[in-house]
Write a protein that binds this ligand. Structure first.
Ligand code: CTP
Ligand code: MG
Length: 187
């Protein structure tokens, strides 16, 4: 079992999801996705923190980075880092980016239903919502790939690694976003 390779692959394949989340912050603003809609509980469906511009910007950025990753691994002959056939790569990268942003939206939906204001700190959900979204889509639509890459034959070590490094990475990126004036709060 090649543990450094497992860890590197686990991280590499999630980069499109890791990119989609903070680039949504960079591109965010404008019309909120829920158009101001309030549910019966009197609270917003999602809140002003989820905008169409952020959603589209995050997806396009994640797809662009994923495409560059795939093409460079292919050009370098690094078969362990290729996302699969061109068609499978397109599907995987779409699932990773859309899943990340849908997870982020689901996180906001849950927060609003729990009565938590937009932007308020919600430990656990804030750090993992995008990862949970991406994972759910992969499990449903690319089950074999997910099991081979993140579960079977020791690959689960990679998944554990991801679960451990995500909160500190999330924190570091948000502190950076805060210092750059892109986020109102450093979480
Ligand atoms: N953002 C956006 N559209 C998205 C995701 C994020 O415009 N789909 C932008 C918003 O400006 C948002 C910021 O990125 O305020 C930070 O994202 P996030 O922390 O996910 O949102 P919060 O403002 O904290 O709102 P919530 O409590 O709903 O998570
Ligand atoms: Mg937040």
């Amino acid at each position: 079992m090649d543990i450094p390779l497992i860890l590197a692959q686990a991280f590499w394949f999630l980069i499109p999801a890791y990119v989609a989340n903070p680039t949504a912050v960079l591109f965010g603003g404008g019309k909120p996705m829920d158009s101001g809609l309030r549910l019966k509980d009197g609270r917003r469906l999602l809140g002003d923190g989820k905008t169409w511009r952020g959603f589209a910007g995050g997806i396009l950025s994640g797809m662009l980075i994923g495409g560059i990753q795939h093409a460079s691994a292919w050009a370098a002959g690094a078969s362990q880092f290729v996302f699969g056939s061109p068609l499978q790569a397109a599907l995987l990268i779409s699932l990773l980016t859309c899943g990340a942003l849908l997870g982020d939206i689901l996180g906001s939906f849950i927060k609003r239903r729990a009565g938590i204001e937009r932007g308020a700190k919600t430990p656990g959900l804030d750090q993992y919502d995008f990862l949970i979204g991406a994972t759910i889509l992969l499990i449903i639509l690319e089950t074999g790939w997910f099991l081979r890459t993140y579960v079977l034959d020791g690959a689960i070590i990679g998944l554990i690694f991801i679960v451990l490094i995500t909160p500190p990475m999330h924190r570091a990126v948000n502190v950076l976003g805060y210092r750059l004036g892109k986020k109102d709060v450093p979480w």
